[in-house]
Design a protein around this ligand. Structure first.
Ligand code: 4NP
Length: 151
């Protein structure tokens, strides 16, 4: 799961998907990163931690890191939050196989629409709850795909 800072959107997608995987006792591994390393080493934004907590999801153990080309080797699928993240991740792709791993997260819940998870960083609390709803819907679709693959 990839966004810009790895402190708002992608940690939520990471923590929420991990919670869904654990609840179903699946074995898939999940991680998140930012296309910028500006916040590397930091916890998720306090507003994102509080929003996730209000839905019973803990994010406070996560720490930000930058996305690296080697992530293409470590992960089968790479979901980005917006089109800017998409461009930045694709710049690091080395092969067509790398490029094929990448998609906008909301194409899971809204196939082919190329919708973005908006950056909530400069807005109010309602933006964080809106992000939660979008990421929850998309990860619900993803978890069904992962259940099929495991089953
Ligand atoms: P994120 O949000 O990409 O969802 O983690 C942001 C976090 C920090 C900044 C921008 C977006 N920033 O400009 O520092």
């Amino acid at each position: 799961m990839v966004c810009l800072g790895n402190i708002c959107r992608s940690p939520l997608a990471d923590g929420l998907l991990k919670a869904k995987i654990e609840a179903r006792q699946l074995t898939d591994s999940v991680d998140s990163a930012g296309t910028s390393s500006f916040h590397a080493g930091e916890k998720p934004d306090a507003r994102m931690i509080a929003t996730a907590n209000s839905y019973g999801v803990s994010l406070s153990h996560l720490r930000a890191r930058g996305f690296e080309a080697k992530d293409f080797d470590l992960f089968d699928r790479i979901f980005v939050m917006d089109k800017s993240n998409l461009q930045n991740v694709l710049k690091l792709a080395r092969t067509e196989a790398d490029r094929k791993k990448v998609d906008l997260l909301l194409n899971l819940s809204h196939p082919g629409e190329n919708l973005e998870v908006p950056d909530p960083y400069y807005g109010g609390d309602e933006g964080f709850h809106a992000v939660y709803k979008m990421v929850d819907e998309a990860t619900d679709v993803l978890i069904k795909q992962l259940e099929k693959n495991d089953g």
